[in-house]
Design a protein. Sequence first.
Length: 396
Amino acid sequence: MREHEYIRIVCLWLLHKRAAIIFPVLQRRIIVKLGTTLLTSGHDHLDLAVMATVAGQIAELHSRGREVILVTSGAVAAGRERLRRRTATGLSGTPLKQVLASIGQSHLMSTYEMLFSRHDITIAQALLTRACLTDRGGYLNARNTLLTLCEMRVVSIVNENDVVAVEELEERRFGDNDNLSAMVANLVDADLLVILTDIGGLYKADPRLYPEAELISVVETIDTVIESIAGNTLSGQGVGGMATKVEAARLATSSGVDVVVANGREVDVLLRLDAGERIGTLFPASSSKLESRKRWMASGLATHGRVIVDEGAILALRKSAGSLLPAGIVSVSGVFSRGDIVDVVAVDGGRVASGIVNYDSSDVERVRGRRSDCMAEVLDHVYGDEIIHRNNMVVL
């Protein structure tokens, strides 16, 4: 074989391997997230045709041996549809949404039951709240239940329990189903999270305002530029816009999950993605699969406070794989105890890491900005030089 022919074959093989790494064909466990705007086609009622199409694709994936979990919005819209012209006197805002969700949840599930029964697929409902998963035991119970349902070849339908999750208590809500889908992907060690919406992915500008806007096909790193682009791209009438999808992608990719944001109306979108086709915007996993304890820390569900750090500390954590030392801490937020999980955030509020802290919040406040060898001068007890040791931390 001639040398140039050999080089050509090797290059083609490498390109094939790169594509396989970015979009593995044999995705085994897939999370599919459906947004309100897609489910309702922008109206105040469920779009049965859209739901049937997605259910049919999930059924085909199911027949291929894939384990699929569906994270769905639509309960409030379904409740509004069931009430029709009747109104709840005196209710507005969150109380009205909770009433509508209560009415609509059974309608939403009965619709899914009808659609999946056509394919002889059993479904299960899982209503989650942040409070359910904050406790380590609750986290593991939810994980075990969902994984067992997957083993039993049951398609789980997951939604936030809006009836008990109160909007004013932000720490007890997922906030939107984009983040919930990332939490579920984290929870069950998913291979791929597909967020289906009414837009073709992440564009450099809103394509509804600028039709010539260019699609970003791959986002290797979620940085401030990507966040800014996402913040300027809206998405229909749902709670979350493109910014929340990028936020969800950050969490999922840091747990070893590939994420795709794509248009749910694209023909056979799930089947084509499963076959390895490039559709929408891909966010490749930024790390290998994390162990269970680290996945729990990365989820942000059990955090008790925050430490705000400077650029030097961020660089040490992300580039040098270092521990968090007191010198890089700018301020402390919240009350936490030694052994609690806390978030490490940048001055601008961006989440950098999560980990198990070695000191109480009052101690961290006293030593912040100091060198580690000076900690004994202000504390009666020293548990080590690190505020959070690298082995007890997940960098995002």
